[in-house]
Design a protein around this ligand. Sequence first.
Ligand code: ATP
Ligand code: MG
Length: 455
Amino acid sequence: MKHPVIQSLTTKLTLAFLLIGILGAALVAILTSYSTRGEFDKFVTSMGAEQIKAELEAYYSTNGEWGDDSERKAAFNPLWGDMMLLDATGETIFIPPYQAPELFVEEIALEVDGEPIGTLFTKSNQHTYDQYDKWSNRSRQETQFLDNVIRASLLSATGAAALALVAGAVLSRGLTRPIRALTEATQKMTDGELGAQVAVQGGDEIGRLASAFNRMSHDLAAASQKRKQLTADIAHDLRTPLTILGGYTEGLKDGTLQGSPQLFEIMHDEVGHLEHLVTDLRTLSLVDAGRLPLNKRKVAPKALLERTGLAYIMQAEQKGLELRIESADSLPPLHVDTERMTQVLNNLVSNALRYTDQGQIVLSAAADDDKVLLQVRDTGSGIAADVLPHIFDRFYRVDASRQRERSGSMSSGLGLAIAQALVQAHGGKIAVESTVAKSAENNPSGTTFTILLPV
Ligand code: ATP
Ligand code: MG
């Protein structure tokens, strides 16, 4: 395994900054020195050539001719040695010994009073500079100037590298701080502390990662809490009927209780409740696992409503409630498991019957684009806004104590959770709207459940 410091993101980023800094500065230094030298050479050469041109023209205008070699040597700058001179007719006046004429490429015309007197040739820039450097006193200073320029470039390159190192270290520490915080929080979650949160800074990629992490962590904690609560609820709901049954069977065994039709009726109800609870839990677990078999068939929405309506019409009449079905005949047929959809509607209507003391319960069907809306509407007690978001939760009962007196021991709080799971298994949605009466006289209260199913 590599050393942790080398593996650290901070070190990697700092090194990357340093590398870029050094490369950039080196590039600048090389380009600067190269182009300075080139420009400078051109300048120096043209200066030297201009000076020689002037000297040659002055010599010719006093002499009236080019004269012989010894005269010229005495009169001119030693620079002469690296130039070629032709007269106006193209005859060679001077060429340095042992040098080919092709070497001389830069051409300068010489004239006196507008009359051409000859042509001066110099070598290419670089070559001239090298000769010049060896011979001229002044050009040594010029060489020094160039050296200084290069030294300054190198110095600034070193400075830039140092700056890159410092800036890289500071910047990368800042960049990796939220990542370190995220790692710490993830570690906490691994150790079992669900719900750990990190501070979100800014909306950049890391900021978005942090807020996504926070959401995930929060959801995980909530899910874990829900699971614990669910287990406790299941245990509690199984315990009550078992305690009752256990008490009765013990009394029967000891002979302290005499068997009677009422006693057996109660025991039978409790067994029925246990069975109901276990069936509900099994249905939920099947839907959760995506393994609930759906026996889908085509059915008219109205037929579905009538089936539930018929099942509950007697109960409604006994309570003095009106149970009505409202549906157009021309609705498109639904493709659903009729047993399961009836289970959903039965649960909604049985709830409505339980919480409605006067008025009516209406089952309606309507078309909505390519969907069918099924509604169960009651004029009952209504559901308070603060508990409305929870009524689809498993084992959720608004008021557990009031529940007992209304429904005996048969209420589990799983009805709506199952209804929602079944509707979703059909690719549909279920929603609820409810109003609670502010005072007894005005403001009719009531609840409406709406199921939206694809056709
Ligand atoms: P189960 O259906 O398993 O016997 P339950 O009816 O108590 O039990 P749900 O059907 O899930 O459970 O309903 C949850 C809670 O929502 C109920 O306890 C009740 O307080 C409230 N609720 C449901 N329907 C209505 C309604 N039509 N009017 C008023 N409150 C309702
Ligand atoms: Mg119910």
